[in-house]
Design a protein around this ligand. Structure first.
Ligand code: ABF
Length: 238
């Protein structure tokens, strides 16, 4: 009998099905995202008998540990350009029906976007709570924006000028005091704009990216397909 909660079962069914349907035959390099759902994707990949020679590229410290713990070969993104990864599997915080998503709740957005951008296919795995009608409708913590510490104050004021309703400096780093520091030595500003319609996601992402001091935004509009596990073990594909 399974001992997993229904939410964990949901994550597991989405991740297992995504891997079973999309892990490419004869793949050489595969990107591995972050978060709790990707743990099941890597577990499933580790059960395959055709991954001995595949290189797995992580999106941060957690992801690197996951690859190592599952006995898979670890690579690094510095060696790859656009199209060099066969596929990337990653989680999300909120996904709209056009496959736009907010990522970065775990603070790994920059490396996640970098690794996803180098892949021929980008597959999202999530539980049913992440399905949304519009970004910012369910995920009200705000879009995570990674910024250089030198520019955090300046970007905060820029974001209000762009229409942000709230900007929260993410705290709770290792010391639990002061701003959280990402794997890349930067800060994160969680920025709430209210719900963002699918047609406006790209423009908002570009406007934020143009601000001096912004490293990356947690707005992604590059997913090819998304798998959502349901509480009853079903899987919905968008
Ligand atoms: C990463 O982990 C993210 O970008 C997102 O913030 C989070 C999703 O985690 P989980 O799968 O635990 O919900 O993929």
């Amino acid at each position: 009998m399974s001992t997993l909660s229904s939410l964990e079962e949901a994550k597991k069914s989405a991740a297992y099905r995504a891997v079973d349907e999309h892990f490419p035959k004869n793949s050489k390099v595969v990107g591995i995202g972050s978060g709790s759902t990707v743990i099941y994707a890597v577990e499933r990949i580790g059960q395959r008998d055709d991954v001995k020679d595949v290189i797995f590229v992580p999106t941060g410290f957690q992801s690197k540990q996951l690859i190592i713990e599952n006995g898979l070969r670890l690579g690094c993104i510095e060696e790859y350009g656009v199209g060099d990864l066969d596929i990337t599997f990653d989680g999300a915080d909120e996904v709209d029906p056009s496959l736009n998503c907010i990522k970065g709740g775990g603070g790994c957005l920059f490396q996640e976007k970098l690794v996803a951008s180098c892949a021929k296919k980008f597959v999202l795995v999530a539980d049913y709570t992440k399905q949304s009608t519009a970004l910012g409708f369910k995920w009200i913590q705000g879009i995570p924006i990674e910024v250089s510490p030198l520019a955090a104050k300046k970007v905060e004021s820029d974001l209000f000028r762009l229409g942000a309703k709230s900007v929260t400096w993410r705290s709770g780093g290792k010391s639990k005091a002061g701003p959280a520091v990402t794997d890349n030595g930067n800060f994160i500003l969680d920025t709430y704009f209210g719900p963002v319609e699918a047609k406006d996601v790209d423009a908002l992402d570009k406007a934020i990216k143009l601000l001096v001091g912004v490293i990356e935004t947690g707005l992604f509009n590059i997913a090819d397909i998304a798998y959502f596990g349901g509480s009853d073990g079903s899987v919905t594909v968008w």
